[in-house]
Design a protein around this ligand. Structure first.
Ligand SMILES: [Zn+2]
Length: 284
C-alpha cells in the first residue's frame, strides 16, 4: 500500500544564531512566507531535514518534510513508506495548482474531447492520447491538491495528465489527474458526500467524489450542490451524453475508483464550471 506523509506539529527555526521552536498552530500562512520559509527544520536532535508549513482551507496546520530532504535515520518524523515503489515519489516535488490553471486545463480537456467526439462518434471507439494536446506550462513537479504542495515558483504550474475515465491505471493511484467521462447520475448523500457517477454500474465504477474534505473547504458551494443536481437531471431529459471533466486525486476504493475534487471549480459539466451552472440555473 501507499506511504503516509507525516504531519509534524513542531519545527525548529534556525537562522544565523537564532534557534527557536515553532508550533504549527501558532503560524499563519502570511507569517510563514514572510519570516519562516526556508528556515524550518525537524526539531529532533541532530536531524537536518527541512520542513515546510501547510495550512488547509479548514484551518488544520502542520509541518511536512520538504521534498528532497531526508531525516536522520530512525527519526520519528520520517515519512513512512511501506513499499519500495513509492519511495521514488518522496523526491518528487508536489506543487499546488492555482484556480486559473485548473480552469485552463479543464477548458482545454473539454474542448479537445468535444471536437474529437464530433468526428469519431464517441470516445469508446478511439483511444487517443489526449495529453498530446493538453499542454501546460510545466516545471517538472507533480500536481498537489488540498493545498498540500509547495507554492508554484514563477507561475510555473505542474503538468496535469488527462485521461478518459476508462483509461485510469494503477499508476494513477494517489496522483492528481484530469479525468473525462459521461455523467451517468449524481447523488448527494448525508449532507457530507456527493458523487457524480461516470459509470452506470456499482462495480468498477468511476465517481467524482465530493468528500468530507471538499465540504469542509467549500461549505457554501456544497450547500448548492442540489442546483448542480437539478441541472444534470434537467439536461439528462433532453441530452443523452453529458460530459464531465474534473481534476482530482485518483483513489482506488472497494467498488472502483473515486476522483477526489478539492474545490468547487475543480469540475465542469458540458464545459460549464460550478458558478456558470449556478448562474445558468438562476436565469432560466
Ligand atoms: Zn527528523
Amino acid at each position: 500500500m501507499w506511504g503516509v506523509v507525516m504531519k509534524i506539529d513542531c519545527a525548529l527555526y534556525k537562522r544565523g544564531n537564532i534557534l527557536k521552536e515553532v508550533r504549527a498552530i501558532d503560524l499563519s500562512r502570511e507569517d510563514y512566507f514572510k519570516h519562516f520559509k526556508d528556515f524550518l527544520y525537524c526539531a529532533e536532535t541532530d536531524c537536518k531535514a527541512k520542513l515546510n508549513f501547510v495550512q488547509t482551507k479548514n484551518n488544520t496546520k502542520f509541518f511536512r518534510t520538504f521534498p528532497s530532504t531526508e531525516h536522520k535515520e530512525g527519526c520519528p518524523n520520517e515519512v513512512n513508506y511501506d513499499s519500495e515503489i513509492n519511495h521514488a515519489s518522496q523526491y518528487d516535488t508536489r506543487i499546488n495548482i492555482s484556480d486559473k490553471h485548473i480552469h485552463d486545463v479543464l477548458e482545454r480537456a473539454f474542448s479537445k474531447f468535444w471536437n474529437n467526439q464530433k468526428t469519431t462518434k464517441g470516445f469508446h471507439k478511439k483511444r487517443e492520447n489526449i495529453n498530446k494536446i493538453v499542454k501546460g506550462t510545466t516545471n517538472g513537479g507533480s500536481a498537489a491538491l488540498f493545498n498540500e504542495g509547495i507554492e508554484a515558483i514563477g507561475g510555473k504550474e505542474p503538468y496535469i495528465i488527462t485521461r478518459l475515465y476508462n483509461q485510469i491505471t494503477e499508476a494513477d493511484e494517489m496522483q492528481v489527474r484530469c479525468i473525462i467521462g459521461y455523467v451517468s447520475s449524481i447523488q448527494i448523500l448525508s449532507d457530507i458526500h456527493a458523487y457524480i457517477n461516470l459509470t452506470p454500474k456499482v462495480e468498477n465504477s468511476v465517481k467524482v467524489h465530493f468528500a468530507e474534505q471538499f465540504k469542509a473547504n467549500n461549505e457554501p458551494e456544497f450547500e448548492k450542490m442540489y442546483i448542480i443536481q437539478n441541472y444534470i437531471n434537467s439536461i439528462k431529459e433532453i441530452e443523452k451524453k453529458i460530459v464531465c471533466c474534473c481534476i482530482g486525486r485518483v483513489k482506488f476504493v472497494k467498488n472502483g475508483i473515486n476522483i477526489l475534487v478539492d474545490r468547487s471549480n475543480g469540475f465542469t459539466i458540458n464545459g460549464m464550471n460550478f458558478y456558470e451552472i449556478i448562474a445558468y440555473m438562476r436565469d432560466i
